[in-house]
Design a protein around this ligand. Structure first.
Ligand code: NAI
Length: 326
């Protein structure tokens, strides 16, 4: 029997938490032979709900779930964590401007970065889901100077999955056959869903499109606006699909992505594709044995380059608003 892995989930009493925890405890993320300990963090006013969630986790009698710890103290929740999923964030309230949201969440992620630095396992893998995810991940990373920056990531997997689903539906092909999708940039409206390298059973998706304008006129805006469409339909933001993406992101990072394929992760740039070093940016990555590598030397069109630089510039603006926290 393997030793249990401590997994911290913040915002665990929220709606993504409610979909995410049961998937993790079932073994969907780390495999069906990996025992786990869940360390759940939420605000003091959410502790009663969190107790209810803990009772439900217990009532599932998951064979892999060794222990559930709940707390409103990050020092307890992040203690010895090997995996940290930072979901909890302040939602945008009425009248709140984007810069106020950046500031409010920036404070949360600077504190959590410092505490990760202090008490988490040195090899902790961090996934930031709470928005604005890329900038929050940058703040957490900068506040954790003793941890390897490569252990910080932000979630673009939901955008990646949305892009795959759009192509599969449009071409009447099975989702599992759509490989090598990419969503570059920021997890925001400036992201650049790029199907130019995608393949279906080895055939370039571009060659299968009946109408070449579909990518620019429909695919890109649909993927960019999908989150807003879900909010309009549900009255709430994506939760089960976000949890599913978080499980997939961490699964592939820890256990490896499928052979001959890549996935999108927001990770600190190494200077690839003219994105300056250190910017947390959505890239295609190959994962192997707990490490990722940015896929190199892909040809990028002029239009693609413009989209990529627009998203980078937005990240620079976000960074400017929170520079006192870095
Ligand atoms: P929610 O509002 O249902 O839950 C958030 C939870 O976080 C609440 O229980 C709240 O009490 C908690 N929280 C707030 N501040 C905290 C702190 N300092 N420490 C610990 N817990 C804290 O929100 P939901 O729907 O679960 O979404 C969570 C975040 O994920 C939001 O920021 C949302 O925008 C983001 N998101 C990101 C996606 C992505 O693709 N990167 C996709 C969907 C959502």
């Amino acid at each position: 029997m393997k030793a249990p892995i401590r997994i911290t989930v913040t915002g665990a009493a929220g709606q993504i938490g409610y979909s995410l925890l049961f998937r993790i405890a079932n073994g969907d993320m780390l495999g069906d032979d990996q025992p786990i300990i869940l360390q759940l963090l939420d605000l003091p006013q959410a502790q009663q709900v969190l107790r209810g969630v803990m009772m439900e986790l217990e009532d599932c009698a998951f064979p892999l779930l060794q222990q559930v710890i709940i707390s409103d103290d990050p020092k307890i929740a992040f203690k010895d964590a090997e995996i940290a999923m930072l979901v909890g964030a302040r939602p945008r309230s009425k009248g709140m401007e984007r810069k106020d949201l950046l500031e409010a969440n920036g404070v949360i992620f600077s504190v959590q970065g410092r505490i990760l630095n202090e008490v988490a396992a040195r090899h902790v893998k961090v996934l930031v889901v709470g928005n604005p995810a890329n900038t929050n991940a940058l703040i957490a990373m900068k506040n954790a100077p003793d941890l390897d920056p490569r252990n910080f990531s932000a979630m673009m997997r939901l955008d990646h999955n949305r892009a795959i689903a759009q192509v599969a539906q449009h071409l009447f092909q099975p989702v599992r056959d759509v490989k090598r999708m990419i969503v570059w940039g920021n997890h925001s409206g400036t992201q650049y869903p790029d199907l130019n390298h995608a393949q279906i059973r080895g055939i370039p998706v571009r060659d299968l499109l009946p109408d070449q304008n579909w990518a620019e006129n429909e695919f890109i805006p649909t993927v960019q606006k999908r989150g807003t469409m879900v909010i309009e339909a549900r009255g709430l933001s994506s939760a089960a699909s976000a949890a599913n993406a978080a499980v997939a992101h961490m699964h592939d990072w820890v256990l490896g992505a499928h052979h001959n394929n890549w996935v999108t992760m927001s990770v600190p740039s190494d200077g690839s594709y003219d994105i300056p070093e250190g910017v947390i940016y959505g890239f295609p990555v190959r994962c192997n044995q707990g490490r990722y590598q940015i896929v190199q030397n892909l040809a990028i069109s002029e239009l693609g380059r413009r989209h990529m630089q627009d998203s980078y510039r937005e990240l620079l603006e976000e960074r400017e608003h929170v520079k006192h926290l870095l």
